[in-house]
Ligand binder design. Structure first.
Ligand code: ZN
Length: 154
């Protein structure tokens, strides 16, 4: 392994994780004492499989919108550039066991959705680059592994 790097996930051995999973990727205490928690929400096995670009984009829109229906703690939901998952940044001391039900409820909303929110040229930088069905397939596969989410290592 290379020397220790600044980004937490660069110090994670992506060969030893077992997707799908969720784990705390970072935790930061701000000067006033508030805590930020960053979750690694991994949909596919690193270097083995990845999501289609359109599915990632639509899942980003769907999760960013619907997760906020289940908690006020969400600051950001963003895709990983490798397209194997997402980062979710939350305010407060949120444990994976507490985040998992929020994520589960969010993904059930994704399955029930009839459209991708804000998938248009006014509200998005690439309004045509979306697939509701692709996002729902990925959400369904992730939900089917619900029992494995808190197990990060193989
Ligand atoms: Zn967009």
């Amino acid at each position: 392994m290379p020397e220790r790097m600044n980004v937490e996930s660069f110090n994670l051995d992506h060969r030893t994780v077992a997707a799908p999973y969720i784990r705390v990727a970072d935790r930061k205490t701000l000067p006033a004492g508030d805590v930020l928690i960053k979750f690694d929400v991994r949909f596919t096995q690193p270097n083995v499989a990845h999501l289609d670009s359109e599915a990632v984009h639509s899942l980003e829109h769907l999760m960013a919108e619907h997760m906020r229906d289940h908690t006020d703690a969400v600051i950001d939901v963003s895709p990983m550039g490798c397209r194997t998952g997402f980062y979710a940044l939350l305010q407060g001391e949120v444990a994976p066991e507490e985040f998992a039900p929020v994520l589960e409820a969010t993904l059930r909303d994704v399955l029930a959705a009839t459209e991708v929110p804000a998938a248009n040229e006014v509200q998005c930088g690439w309004g045509a680059h979306h697939t509701l069905a692709g996002a729902q397939d990925a959400a369904r596969a992730f939900l089917e592994a619900r029992g494995e989410w808190l197990t990060v290592e193989a």
